[in-house]
Design a protein around this ligand. Structure first.
Ligand SMILES: [Zn+2]
Length: 348
């Protein structure tokens, strides 16, 4: 089977996604850091002693995370709008080609707002970036992102607390474990735990083989493990673990930024075509959507492309082994995209 892998740089939606990625990553990182910093370990230990699991979860400030994620949504919405504007520009170009309009309407994208300059009042395509549907879609997207991430971190604090208690650790030790890992995914948290264990065992084979470690401390860690070396102090180990956890937090922010920028770009592009069809600019049957594989396709992405080789209608989902999917991404760091092919003969 021939797999077409398009590079992100070739795709207009992905160009918008890549442009927004760094700002999203920074904002998500700030949100996760603020949440991590808000953890009150004394309050957590007291809650554990009282067996009050709700208070245990609330020992870190969830509102801090919600507010930070709402700020992170500003650059996400900008990617959505830029991608929708790109889609609208290419639709105008198509209409021009089809001879439908004398002068195509233009959409100029600016960082804070999208301004619409109407060249011709009779322009058949009046794409409206500030339309109620788009506002509602963006609000729902923001709510979903915040709910999913906050539920995930709450669940993580709960699970980490309970498993520490079940392992027979005292409340202070459990709170210290949560302190190390809060804000991370289970996988990254496990990496932090392994790193701490290796430092405490003085096992340089493991502690010096971890990608997210503080490389500048390598010589110090190696010297401490030498036969005549002085072992690292507990305080120094705590510092190294915290530096590691901060890098892990940034890694998570990067993954979220990649995924959400691709989601926003594909949704924005889709919306520009949906509006064109809804307004009757195109007949519904003139537009077909095709799944295009990104640079990092998973087996499900590859299956989606193979199952939808004839494309789907503009308002239809793609068939996938996991059920219908409207747009990429399918998995974290999925760079798949959707190509819209318009049959110009149907526009005459
Ligand atoms: Zn993919």
């Amino acid at each position: 089977m021939a797999v077409t892998r398009r590079r992100p740089g070739q795709d207009p939606a992905l160009i918008a996604a890549l442009r927004g990625e760094a700002a999203i990553r920074q904002a998500v990182l700030e949100a996760l850091r603020a949440y991590r910093a808000s953890l009150d370990t004394e309050k957590l230990a007291a809650a554990i002693d009282a067996r009050d699991w709700i208070a245990a979860i609330d020992s870190a400030d969830m509102q801090t995370l919600k507010d930070g994620l709402a700020r992170a949504f500003v650059p996400i919405a900008a990617v959505y709008k830029e991608s929708a504007a790109n889609g609208a520009a290419s639709i105008s170009e198509l209409l021009r080609k089809a001879g439908h309009i004398r002068e195509a309407r233009r959409l100029a994208y600016a960082p804070r707002a999208v301004t619409i300059r109407k060249a011709d009042p009779d322009d058949p395509y009046a794409f409206e970036i500030l339309d109620d549907d788009i506002a509602a879609q963006l609000r729902a997207y923001q709510d979903q992102l915040i709910v999913e991430l906050t539920q995930e971190v709450r669940q993580f604090v709960y699970d980490t607390t309970i498993s520490g208690v079940r392992a027979g650790l005292d409340s202070t030790a459990v709170a210290a474990t949560v302190r190390d890992r809060i804000g991370l995914t289970s996988r990254l948290a496990m990496a932090v735990a392994n790193y701490r264990a290796a430092l405490e065992r003085n096992d340089t084979g493991i502690s010096l083989d971890r990608q997210l470690r503080d490389f500048t401390a390598d010589a110090e860690v190696a010297a401490a493990a030498a036969p005549a070396g002085t072992r690292l102090s507990q305080q120094r180990i705590d510092q190294l673990v915290e530096a590691y956890a901060q890098r892990a937090l940034d890694y998570r922010a990067m993954t979220i930024a990649q995924t959400e920028s691709v989601r926003a770009a594909n949704r924005g592009l889709h919306q520009s075509y949906m509006q064109a069809v809804t307004q009757g600019v195109f007949p519904h049957a003139a537009v077909t959507r095709y799944w295009r594989l990104g640079s990092n396709p998973c087996p499900i992405c590859i299956a989606i492309e193979a199952l939808n080789t004839d494309g789907v209608a503009v308002d239809a989902d793609f068939v996938s082994p996991d059920g219908p999917i409207d747009n990429p991404p399918v998995h974290p760091s999925c760079y798949c995209s959707v190509e819209y092919i318009t049959d110009l003969d149907m526009l005459r």
